[in-house]
Ligand binder design. Structure first.
Ligand code: SAM
Length: 260
């Protein structure tokens, strides 16, 4: 829809006053997405109250795709594109890809878009994430399971996974309080909390990965620059090799390993 210049300026001012750094861009997006003045007003109100922009408009841009985002589901971040890039470099048509801790399923969907004909599976413990991931993954012919890490997966996947791609929670518990309100108030703690040193869930993934990987298959886990050595140690403790890769343009870090 279009708005009068003074309404446009008023929206930008409200967004800026609420702490938005990109108020102009956000106003443009909300104005484009709203179908009526009432809807626009409601969207601005929700944004001013701190809801992530992606949840309000219902999608996030990730690796050149529009990924469906629903309330209560982790919003895919640009830095996670490092996992996609490294996975795509290792993938072949027909590769079996498992997106564990999938959230919206953005990582799996982006690999599918870049590599023809991958066999795609995803899982998450949160019902809201599973519902959302089904909207992104099932149209691609993929399947989404609900439960704790590997527990809900069909036994037939054991030993067949070529690419196990994981962005598990990795924020140290005490650091959650320091995150922007948008994340700490609107993304469930289960999507963020990696335990005392941030590596608890990653350790469990690395410990269980070898059983699910195909011969020569790879585990890729996103981490932070600060935690990369601990994530790599978790790989070695799980009987895997570990190599840390960085993508400076998106400020992303990933550890990659194969069964040693
Ligand atoms: C940081 S978010 C990442 C989501 C998605 N991979 C992405 O990059 O956008 C972590 C996800 O892990 C899920 N999760 C946390 N603990 C889990 C567990 N024990 N088993 C399965 N999923 C889990 C959360 O629900 C959340 O969706």
């Amino acid at each position: 829809m279009s708005v009068r210049p003074d309404d446009h300026a008023r929206i930008v001012a409200r967004l800026r006053a609420s702490g938005s750094v990109f108020a102009e861009d956000e106003a443009e997006l909300l104005i484009t997405e709203a179908r009526t003045p009432e809807e626009l007003e409601a969207m601005v109100e929700r944004r001013v109250s701190g809801l992530p922009l992606e949840v309000i408009v219902g999608w996030a841009e990730f690796a050149g795709l529009r990924i469906v985002v629903e309330s209560g589901v982790f919003v895919p971040r640009r830095r996670t594109e490092v996992v996609v890039r490294e996975a795509v470099a290792l993938a072949e048509p027909g590769s079996v890809v498992l997106d564990l801790c999938c959230g919206t399923g953005a990582v799996g969907a982006a690999i599918h878009a870049a590599v023809g004909g991958v066999e795609l599976y995803a899982s998450d413990i949160e019902p809201a994430a599973v519902r959302c991931a089904r909207r992104n993954i099932e149209p691609l012919g993929g399947q989404v399971f609900e439960g704790d890490l590997f527990e809900p997966l069909p036994a037939s996947l054991r030993g067949r996974v070529d690419l196990l791609v994981v962005n598990a929670p990795y924020v140290p518990t005490d650091a959650i309080a320091l995150m922007p309100p948008e994340a700490r108030e609107h993304e469930p703690h289960v999507t963020l909390d990696g335990g005392a040193d941030g590596v608890d869930v990653q350790r469990r993934v690395a410990a269980g990965a070898a059983e699910w990987l195909a011969q020569g298959g790879h585990l890729l886990i996103e981490t932070s620059r600060e935690q990369a050595s601990r994530t790599a140690q978790a790989f070695r403790d799980g009987g895997l090799t570990a190599e840390v890769r960085r993508a400076e343009d998106v400020d992303g870090t990933v550890v990659i390993g194969t069964a040693a």
